[in-house]
Design a protein. Structure first.
Length: 171
């Protein structure tokens, strides 16, 4: 028997799923990603000497803002009462990169995976924007969900993404 697609109505047209009857539960998601940069760019980020300003501070605010507006960017996402958004970084020398983690939480009727992934994406894009005058071939990669908790589908974790120790260092 074919599985019914949840985001399409009886006419086969896209619609946002009605989650009004679902119970409110605590939900949290952790997403990660990285941007590969040159040693020169990494040092400028670390020293705070990039011409556009404090790269990590601006990128952190961009990630927070993006998580809050995910429902406006991604079709069929619901506006959610987010209770926590945290963006953290780890600067790694070899290979030169900025690792990004985003934790998003809410008490709601649907998960916050998309909000965490959007936060990481916007954070990485902001780092790229602020550093592109020095390096154009930076590479954004490995954006993925690392953990989630709450909701009907339960908990999920991918520890090998950064390794358990590295995830703890970020938090």
């Amino acid at each position: 028997m074919a599985q019914k697609l949840t985001h399409f109505n009886e006419q086969g047209r896209a619609h946002m799923v009605d989650v009004g009857a679902k119970p409110v539960t605590a939900r949290q998601s952790l997403a990660g990603g990285e941007i590969l940069v040159s040693p020169e760019v990494l040092e400028k980020i670390r020293a705070g000497t990039m011409k556009k300003g404090d790269v990590l501070a601006v990128a952190q605010v961009a990630g927070i803002m993006a998580a809050k507006r995910t429902w406006e960017l991604i079709p069929m996402c619901h506006p959610l009462p987010l209770t926590k958004i945290d963006i953290s970084f780890r600067l790694v020398d070899s290979p030169s990169r900025v690792e990004i983690l985003a934790t998003v939480a809410c008490g709601g009727v649907t998960g916050v995976e998309m909000e965490a992934l959007t936060a990481v994406s916007a954070t990485a894009l902001t780092i790229y924007d602020m550093c592109k005058a020095v390096q154009k071939d930076m590479r954004i990669q490995n954006i993925r969900l690392l953990k989630k908790s709450g909701g009907k589908s339960g908990d999920y974790a991918v520890e090998e993404a950064y390794g358990e120790g590295n995830i703890r260092q970020h938090q």
